[in-house]
Design a protein around this ligand. Structure first.
Ligand code: SD4
Length: 320
């Protein structure tokens, strides 16, 4: 057995065997493989596309890309991709990233005119020596890779934006129509764990604002040996606490996915406890055994999960 000092050192170095780590959080939970989890109830529809790939023995990265693309293309989802709410100047600017089973990653931020930023993020990972491209450089790269230039501002989003201009008050909304950024994690039959996150970001943000979603360690993180996490909600809060990296580190230290998400939510509240009831952040996490969980600041956040038991949305525990 380890004494306390050795335990802390071994934990910090990631050297403890999984069974020792799990003992810290009580009984070992079992999960199912393959499995896909995603943020909010809207994730159920996206999970369907991911499941078609996972069920046939396909690759988790293909599954998460196909899954979140469903919402990127959905004009009714005004927080992701086409149909997303614009910034205060009327520009739709998108953020997205992917991370694979080896801890490789790709990301785009402040990207305009391209409907599927997640696919551009994957190309950044596979076809460049970089991890992140932003703005005009990301757009030029996407066009060079054959992505088409499209107008992403739908008439409905434009109408809403013009109405917003009457007051021009910037305020984050909690549980906006019960959906938001889509983040997705999948564990395939071969045990490969991959993730994706994509968003149009905070509605009516300043031009050039980038949220947590394309930032590896904030909006998404995967530790190939332990598990992954994705975030949704007030991106600035997630960035300030390196949210998803914290969730995954907590799983590495032996906490269950739900406990790990709860610790990261509590870190946000601990950092600044003023007005947290007006701010929503939700985390979901999936470990290498197929055990998943989620936690949010405010009631109303769901984890959508699809495995051999079916495809459904489950409410997460919450702080408030
Ligand atoms: C972001 N987490 O950009 C994303 C989504 C969002 O209000 O803005 N939601 O911060």
């Amino acid at each position: 057995m380890f004494n306390r000092k050795e335990f802390i050192k071994a934990t910090a170095l990631g050297l403890l065997p999984l069974n020792v780590l799990k003992a810290k959080s009580g009984p070992v939970q079992t999960g199912k493989k393959p499995v896909v989890v995603s943020t909010w109830k809207t994730g159920v529809r996206a999970n369907e596309a991911a499941w078609q790939i996972l069920d046939k023995g396909g690759y988790a990265l293909d599954a998460v890309e196909a899954g979140v693309k469903v919402e990127e293309a959905n004009p009714k989802n005004n927080t992701v991709g086409y149909g997303g709410r614009p910034d205060r100047d009327g520009n739709v600017t998108l953020d997205a990233c992917v991370m694979d089973e080896n801890g490789e990653c790709g990301s785009v931020a402040f990207l305009q005119d391209i409907k599927h930023p997640v696919s551009v993020a994957r190309k950044v990972m596979t076809d460049t020596p970089h991890a992140m491209l932003v703005g005009e450089g990301a757009r030029q790269f996407a066009l060079s890779q054959g992505f088409e230039k499209e107008n992403l501002l739908t008439p409905a989003a434009e109408k809403e934006w013009k109405k917003w201009l009457e007051t021009s008050e910037y305020k984050l909304e909690v549980n906006i129509e019960n959906h938001d950024t889509i983040g997705m994690l999948a564990l395939d039959k071969n045990g490969r764990l991959c993730g994706a996150c994509t968003t149009s970001g905070a509605a009516y943000k300043m031009h050039g604002r980038v949220g947590d979603s394309p930032i590896i360690g904030a909006g998404l993180f995967i530790d190939p040996k332990f598990g992954g996490a994705v975030a949704t909600g007030a991106g600035e809060e997630v960035i300030k606490t390196a949210g998803c990296h914290l969730v995954v580190e907590m799983m590495r230290a032996g906490h269950s996915p739900e406990e790990a998400c709860k610790i990261a939510i509590q870190r946000i509240i601990e950092r600044d406890s003023s007005n947290k009831k007006d701010i929503q952040v939700g985390y979901i996490a999936l470990n290498k055994d197929g055990v998943y969980g989620g936690y949010s600041i405010v009631k109303g956040f769901d984890v959508s999960v699809c495995n051999a038991d079916g495809n459904r949305a489950e409410p997460t525990s919450h702080q408030i």
